[in-house]
Design a protein around this ligand. Sequence first.
Ligand code: FES
Length: 157
Amino acid sequence: MTVDIFEVNRIVEKYRKKKGALIPLLQEIQSVYGYVPKEAIEVISRELSVYPVEIYGILTFYTQFYLTPRGKHTIKVCQGTACHVMGGKEILEYMADKLGIAEGGTTEDGMFSLERVACLGCCGMAPVVMIDEDFHGRCTVQKLQGLIDSYRDEKAK
Ligand code: FES
C-alpha cells in the first residue's frame, strides 16, 4: 500500500524551524495516518537532516507510536496488578485467541488491534478492557465474546 505523503510534507514544513520538535511532528503524522508510515520517516530524514535511526529510536522507545496501520478498533487489555489478580492474563489470552492475533497485532480485516496495557486507572472494576474510548469492567470471557461480536455486527451493517 502506498501512502499519500502530501500531509507529511505539510506537517514537516510546519515544524521545519522548530527546535526539538521531532516528537510533536511524529505525533501529528500519527494523528493523520493512524501510524507513522516508513514513507514519512524517509521524508523527515531527508527534509530535516535527521538520521532514520534517530527517528526509529524515538518511535520504538515511546509506546504511543505505531509503525504499522492500526485496526478500526483498538482493544486494550489491562495487565495491572488488580486486573492480573482478577484474571486479566486469561482475558488477554482469550482475546488473542478469538481475534487470531498476538498482542500488538491487527486482524487481517483491519477491524481490531490488540494491546496489553498497565493500569487503566479503574482497578475497582477489574478486570478491565478498553475498546476505543469505552471502558468495560468486571470482564468475563462470555461478556467479551458478545462485545466483540457486536463490533463485528456493526461492520456487517
Ligand atoms: S490494574 Fe487494571 S485498571 Fe488498574
